[in-house]
Design a protein around this ligand. Structure first.
Ligand code: IMP
Length: 172
């Protein structure tokens, strides 16, 4: 483990601000928050507790990295949504956007299901690693090209429970 990149207080304050912006934009509307498993589960839990418009929750699981810290670009649905997105205001909740390939793929699938609106909220963004164009409507922090764990993010399924976000060297 290297060093803390984002302290829990910083994270909580940013999550509150994101929820405020989302609540303002969706005033008078209902929202379906779609979390991408597993990394978004803690962010999702904190975010929705600060959202003030009616919100329902669903999760989708898409394969991405596995154990190696490299994106293959191949993604598939491991667990689909339980609910229909047709005609609904969908907010995709992501932990981190790296190459953007996972999100691009997921947005393509969701768009085919005819939501009323489709927006993206990510806690972290690593823009230097982007391999495709994706629009991030709400973004917590832009971070450099480092591998991070904690607050839901893992390395080989470990460290998701850490309250702060740490930089880790993949060999540790
Ligand atoms: P993308 O398709 O390359 O944008 O990959 C996004 C997914 O890769 C995220 O949802 C994470 O699961 C994983 N990922 C990317 N960067 C990191 C990181 O620094 N730490 C932990 N997981 C990461």
């Amino acid at each position: 483990m290297d060093a803390i990149l984002l302290h829990r207080e910083q994270i909580q304050s940013t999550v509150r601000h994101l929820a405020e912006a989302i609540s303002k934009d969706f005033e008078g509307k209902e929202l379906l928050a779609v979390g991408i498993l597993k990394g978004s589960f803690i962010f999702m839990a904190d975010l929705v507790r600060h959202i003030t418009v009616p919100v329902t929750i669903d999760f989708i699981d898409i394969s991405s990295y596995g154990l190696a810290a490299e994106s293959s670009g191949e993604v598939r649905i491991l667990k689909d949504l339980d609910t229909s997105v047709e005609g609904r205001n969908v907010l995709v909740v992501e932990d981190i956007v790296d190459t953007g390939l996972t999100l691009k793929y997921l947005l393509g699938i969701l768009r085919e299901r005819n939501p009323r609106s489709l927006r993206v909220c990510t806690l972290l963004d690593k823009p230097s690693r982007r391999r495709t164009v994706v629009t991030l409507d709400y973004c917590g922090f832009e971070i450099p090209d480092v591998f991070v764990v904690g607050y839901g993010l893992d390395y080989a399924e470990k460290y998701r429970n850490y309250p702060d976000i740490w930089v880790i060297k993949p060999s540790s």
